[in-house]
Design a protein around this ligand. Structure first.
Ligand code: AMP
Ligand code: MG
Length: 329
């Protein structure tokens, strides 16, 4: 199969609509990362996503809809969730609700819930409006690999296996959406992202980080898997371990190509080394993380990660992804 990368135009949207209607998989831009989408009502199409990615069947997918879609066709949102939708949607917040069971049973891996996301990216909105049906989509990377933030990243993982990538440019958000359980009385963060716990609590009074209790069935099974791994050797150091990191860098440099990934402040202490600078602010670090991990695996024999200094807010999401990418969590 030839994989086409096309800009979002009337013609490419018509192609996307035809492909989705035929049960095919189409990759599309969002403001967080690229998604690998299929008709959420079509069992075979949804199963294609799992087999293309090599994704474990117990890791549920997110249903993506355009901003005028009536989500009560799919789910029963508790009344308190309206404030969050009004404040944060469209945007990088995925909300998990009790499902009405109309979508393919493969979307939520047998859970009684469905996660719904309304992306803000104009390219995603145009795609979702063109197909005018819920699109089940995880990130458009092979399972466990680094999430894609450009059309080329998607192509690198799926060339020859999917018919179309709708190119909306780079995904500026850079890390996946916040996943928020909205099935109880208080919102629970299942996955940290750009809409932070602090922002949600400010809106509805409370918001907790989900912690799996002993003996309990996890609310979000997929969270347990290793994710975001670059395809090169890695090592990881704490903020204060600059000397140890430099020693390893010099040792590797004798026969290989070491690269250091760190925040902007730490980058100053590694003058003369090959450094991928994540940036100075949490938003910059989120935006650069996956792009830098993909760059590193293309050129480094060893990627040395240094724990960034900042904490809280968007850093919850950045640190979660970074620690997982380096096998630290
Ligand atoms: P991905 O799109 O690859 O970032 O994966 C979607 C994430 O959302 C996974 O980590 C899932 O565990 C989570 N997720 C999707 N649907 C649900 C759901 N119904 N309940 C809990 N978590 C979900
Ligand atoms: Mg993913």
């Amino acid at each position: 199969m030839t994989t086409r990368i096309l800009p979002v135009t009337e013609a490419s949207l018509a192609d996307a609509k035809q492909l989705i209607g035929a049960g095919e998989v189409v990759a599309f831009h969002t403001e967080t990362v690229y998604g690998l989408g299929a008709d959420a009502m079509n069992d075979e199409a949804v199963q294609k996503i799992f087999s293309l990615k090599g994704r474990p069947a117990d890791n549920p997918l997110i249903a993506h809809v355009h901003k005028d879609y009536d989500i009560t066709q799919l789910v029963s949102p508790p009344a308190w969730t309206k404030r969050l939708r009004d404040r944060f949607l469209p945007g990088p917040l995925t909300m998990v609700y009790p499902s009405k069971g109309r979508e393919s049973k493969f979307v939520s891996s047998g859970l009684p819930t469905l996660s719904v996301r309304v992306p803000s990216s104009p390219a995603a909105q145009a795609f979702l409006r063109a197909v005018d049906r819920p699109i089940a989509a995880p990130s458009a990377n092979r399972s466990k690999h680094v999430s894609p933030v450009t059309a080329q990243h998607v192509y690198d993982d799926f060339a020859g296996d999917i018919p179309l990538i709708l190119d909306g440019g780079a995904s500026a958000g850079g890390i996946e959406s916040t996943v928020l359980d909205c099935t109880g009385d208080i919102p629970l963060i299942l996955r940290a992202g750009l809409v932070t716990r602090e922002m949600i609590a400010a809106e509805v009074g409370a918001c907790e980080n989900y912690v799996l209790k002993e003996g309990e069935k996890p609310k979000s099974p997929g969270m347990a898997y290793r994710h975001y791994a670059p395809r090169c050797k890695t090592a990881f150091f704490g903020e204060g371990d600059t000397d140890a990191a430099l020693r390893l860098y010099r040792e590797e440099a004798r026969a290989g190509v070491p690269v250091i990934l760190c925040d902007h402040a730490a980058a100053q202490t590694f003058a003369g080394c090959r450094v991928l600078d994540l940036g100075a602010t949490p938003a910059e670090m989120a935006s650069n993380l996956y792009a830098h991990l993909r760059t590193a695996e293309g050129c480094a024999t060893l990627l040395i990660g240094i724990l960034p200094h900042a904490r809280g807010g968007v850093m919850d999401g950045v640190l979660n992804r970074m620690l997982r990418a380096f096998g630290q969590q």
